[in-house]
Design a protein around this ligand. Structure first.
Ligand SMILES: Nc1nc2c(ncn2[C@@H]2O[C@H](COP(=O)(O)OP(=O)(O)OP(=O)(O)O)[C@@H](O)[C@H]2O)c(=O)[nH]1
Ligand SMILES: [Mg+2]
Ligand SMILES: [Zn+2]
Length: 307
């Protein structure tokens, strides 16, 4: 029997069959796992699985995972080598960010965008809590819009609190499977509550002293949208480590660098100190934002194991 994984707690899973039946299941002891991926979670939300019923206990077991169309994977910098799949089989990813309460860094944004580019997942940036913006924060938002829209990432400005911008999101979610990711406290679960009447997911104010979220959502879970389509709520990500990308490939996934890399003198140019580097030239001429380049160098160093 085939089913889709809607929720994963690590020890049990909530699956839904094509006919709409909900089944809670566990992983079969000797499930064959894709060795190339080697993540801490072998089965992720969005996975299509084959279930069987154990004749002795009556438990539903995950026998097999069907090949994934795509997935988003990250590492935790504090647990070296440990990789985690956020979700699989996505049509798009939405990265929710905030300038205030909490502050999202461009380093975090760029690490996420590199990963979704590498797996060919269309990605948008959703800036929430625009009701809180003062003049300085508005300037940061304007800069993000300019930098990211110019390389093709849609940027949406919303406030779940006032409802501003929410209506326009519906048409972009319809009939799509969308992953919603971001730091804890940016308002992911609040947005899903606003989109699905009666859902009432738990939300919590951010901590007053640290200005950071409280990690309210603890497991990824997918929800059906009233107009067709599915959205995946995820636990807040503290740090998003880029994995499984070769250092010499990295610049191909920086959409603003992509068009310059073929003009570098060396075809294995890492765009650091090589002569005739078209990427560095574009940075010096202001065609690539210097912060994007700084984030590139930082990610490159982590991929090379220097950090
Ligand atoms: N001012 C303001 N507060 C908001 C807005 N959206 C959400 N919040 C508040 O932000 C806090 C965190 O919201 P959550 O929805 O729990 O955040 P989350 O991203 O799901 O957090 P985790 O589950 O920890 O990852 C709550 O107190 C919300 O009421 C907004 O547009 N403006
Ligand atoms: Mg949440
Ligand atoms: Zn170069």
């Amino acid at each position: 029997m085939q089913a889709t994984i809607y929720k994963s707690t690590g020890s049990w899973y909530q699956a839904r069959t094509a006919s709409g039946e909900w089944i809670s299941c566990r992983i079969k002891g000797k499930l064959k796992i894709d060795e190339d991926i080697s993540s801490t979670n072998p089965v992720a939300v969005g996975d299509e699985v084959i279930l069987s019923i154990d004749p002795q206990t009556g438990d539903a077991l995950i026998e097999d995972i069907l090949p994934r169309k795509n997935y988003i994977i990250r590492s935790s910098p504090h647990k070296r080598g440990q990789k985690h799949i956020l979700a699989a089989n996505l049509d798009q990813a939405w990265l929710m960010v905030t300038v205030l309460q909490p502050r999202t860094s461009t380093g975090f944004i760029d690490r996420f965008l590199v990963t979704t580019a590498a797996y060919h997942i269309p990605t948008s940036i959703v800036i929430n809590k625009i009701d809180l913006l003062d003049a300085a924060a508005k300037a940061i938002v304007a800069e993000w819009i300019e930098v990211y829209e110019s390389m093709g990432y849609p940027v949406e400005l919303i406030s779940v609190k006032t409802g501003e911008g929410i209506e326009t999101l519906n048409s972009r979610l319809r009939h799509q499977t969308t992953l919603l990711a971001g730091h804890s406290g940016v308002g992911k679960s609040s947005l899903i509550n606003a989109l699905i009447p009666g859902l009432a997911l738990r939300v919590q104010p951010i901590s007053q002293w640290s200005e950071k979220g409280m990690h309210t959502t603890t497991f990824a879970e997918m929800f059906e949208l009233p107009y067709g389509g599915r959205i995946i709520d995820t636990p807040g990500i503290r740090e998003f480590g880029v994995v499984d990308i070769a250092p010499e490939e990295l610049s191909h996934y920086f959409l603003d660098m992509q068009k310059y890399v073929t003009s570098c003198m060396f075809n294995n140019c890492l765009h650091l100190n090589e002569p005739g580097c078209a990427v560095k030239e574009a940075v010096e001429e202001g065609k690539i934002h210097f912060k994007r380049y700084a984030n590139y160098v930082h990610i490159l160093e982590t991929l090379q194991g220097k950090k």
